[in-house]
Write a protein of this length. Structure first.
Length: 78
């Protein structure tokens, strides 16, 4: 299944230490036209290299309400 990685450099409004957002785009097969979001590249706190965070399925909003984050989305027409 053909895939490609889209890396978007973090802008000045990003949290301290965030280097980039990353998406995995699928270009064929059963997942054609979808993307996996939620990856991020961070500068390590000790200054030696980088670390990557991976997508999560659920988060708790203000007031303790649980919400889901859609990990797979359409590339076109989101």
């Amino acid at each position: 299944m053909p895939t490609y990685v889209k890396i978007t450099r973090a802008d000045d409004s990003a949290p301290a230490g965030k280097v980039a957002d990353v998406e995995l785009h699928f270009a064929g097969g059963e997942l054609d036209g979808l993307k996996l979001t939620g990856f991020a590249v961070w500068m390590r706190r000790d200054g030696n290299g980088h670390s990557v965070t991976f997508p999560a399925r659920q988060f708790i909003a203000r007031g303790g309400e649980k919400r889901n984050f859609s990990l797979v989305r359409a590339i076109e027409n989101p």
